[in-house]
Design a protein around this ligand. Structure first.
Ligand SMILES: Cc1ncc(COP(=O)(O)O)c(C=O)c1O
Length: 405
């Protein structure tokens, strides 16, 4: 096999948040980390080699994005999502969250309502609140192990909203939205004239038979009110390169967005972000096609292990992403106790479900973007914790992690 997803790579002492900043966030450092949303796999040689060649060249002056860069994006989007985009629609930013904040600041006013659907990636809420916009939370509904949109409440929220932030696929509940759901969403956005920020950073990590449908490809009206954010950061483990690719078909919105980027002098990109992204979109497909079944098998492993040894905890079946949403409600612990149980008894660093909003209470998010042996270690720790009847000393400290968790 050309790629070895089983290889255990020591990430300690690389300043990576997941392994080197446990003490800062959990109050102790000897935890097995399955939290921050990056993977423990090495980036494939198809990306590493172009980056190494760039390093070897040794001159790192100001760098622009070439036609090859734009063509790599256009070709990937056509091939992987069957979406035809134009070069002029592509706008890069130093990440998805910066693009979201820029959109909020440029296209909404203080006090405007912005919808999110919790439990959801918590920087959405933070971005809305830090910009003094009004948070409108349309909590997702869990029905028979499957999360769904509460359409009635969404319409109520839409009446006083200016914008909606869609997470597609949805972190942390791992939903891949269907064409029926996106069509219905489109109707609401049109009816209430909503702007849409569609965070599609996890778009490449999709499990069969699910299929990622890009929000802006659903119809022209939706395309004209949407900024869609993509990146190679999750797919190819390049988060440290800090480059995301935003697609903005509407020229008026794009011009305003570009202008606000220029004002901050953020229209340039990091040389390695450019090299890594272009290499990933040009040569990364083969690796991705091998990664997806490995991740799925990690899920199957967790599911089977839980069923056999820890039936009190169940994993919601993921449709996409490398983040598992564990339903721990049967443990009968409140959120502080649950956090303390994982940290103190299981020696595991996971992300508390409650951080993703009220619907996350009683849940934990587990990152399975790692070698199977690492997943096994997590499961063994958890099993031991279940058999440990000692009392928990004090509620575990979990500080607010940085935005990329
Ligand atoms: C849904 C979602 N959006 C955005 C990000 C982070 O994006 P960036 O680092 O490009 O700001 C993450 C990282 O976990 C994420 O899960």
């Amino acid at each position: 096999m050309k790629y070895n997803f089983d290889a255990l790579i020591n990430r300690e002492n690389t300043s990576c948040i997941k392994w080197d900043f446990l003490e800062a966030f959990f109050g102790q450092d000897r935890l097995h980390p399955m939290w921050v949303a990056d993977m423990d796999f090495q980036t494939p040689p198809e990306i590493l080699i172009p980056m190494q060649e760039r390093v070897s060249h040794g001159v790192f002056g100001y760098t622009a994005k070439s036609d090859e860069f734009y063509n790599s994006v256009i070709t990937w989007f056509k091939k992987r999502y069957n979406w035809s985009i134009r070069k002029s629609w592509i706008v890069t930013t130093p990440g998805v969250v910066p693009a979201l904040n820029l959109m909020i600041q440029e296209f909404t006013k203080e006090g405007d309502g912005i919808i999110i659907q919790s439990p959801v990636y918590f920087p959405f809420k933070d971005s809305i609140l830090i910009n003094n916009r009004k948070l409108l939370d349309n909590q997702l509904v869990l029905k028979n192990g499957h999360y769904e949109i509460d359409w009635q409440n969404l319409e109520t929220c839409a009446k006083s909203a200016k914008m909606i932030v869609l997470c597609s696929p949805h972190n942390p509940v791992s939903r891949v939205w269907t064409i029926q759901e996106l069509n219905r969403l489109s109707e609401l956005c049109k009816k209430y004239d909503l702007l849409v920020f569609s965070d599609e950073i996890h778009a490449d990590i999709i499990f069969k038979p699910h299929k990622h449908i890009t929000t802006a490809s659903v119809n022209k009206d939706l395309a004209n009110r949407t900024i869609s954010a993509f990146a190679t950061s999750k797919t190819f483990n390049l988060a440290g390169l800090q480059l995301s690719v935003n697609i903005i078909p509407n020229k008026k919105i794009r011009d305003r967005f570009n202008k606000s980027l220029e004002k901050l002098h953020l229209n340039m990109s990091n040389i390695f972000g450019i090299t890594g992204t272009q290499a990933a979109y040009t040569h990364g497909e083969q690796w991705l096609d091998k990664l997806l079944p490995y991740l799925w098998q990690n899920y199957v492993f967790v599911k089977t292990y839980l069923e056999e040894h820890i039936p009190e905890i169940t994993a919601i079946e993921p449709e996409g992403t490398f983040l598992l949403w564990l339903d721990c409600r049967k443990l009968g612990l409140n959120d502080e106790e649950l956090s303390a149980f994982f940290v103190q008894k299981a020696n595991l660093a996971l992300t508390n479900g409650i951080m993703f909003g009220p619907g996350g209470s009683g849940f934990m998010r587990m990152n399975i973007g790692c070698p199977r042996q690492s997943v096994l270690k997590g499961m063994v720790n958890l099993k031991k914790a279940m058999n440990d009847n000692s009392t928990i000393q004090s509620p575990a400290k979990q500080n607010s992690p940085p935005k990329d968790c």
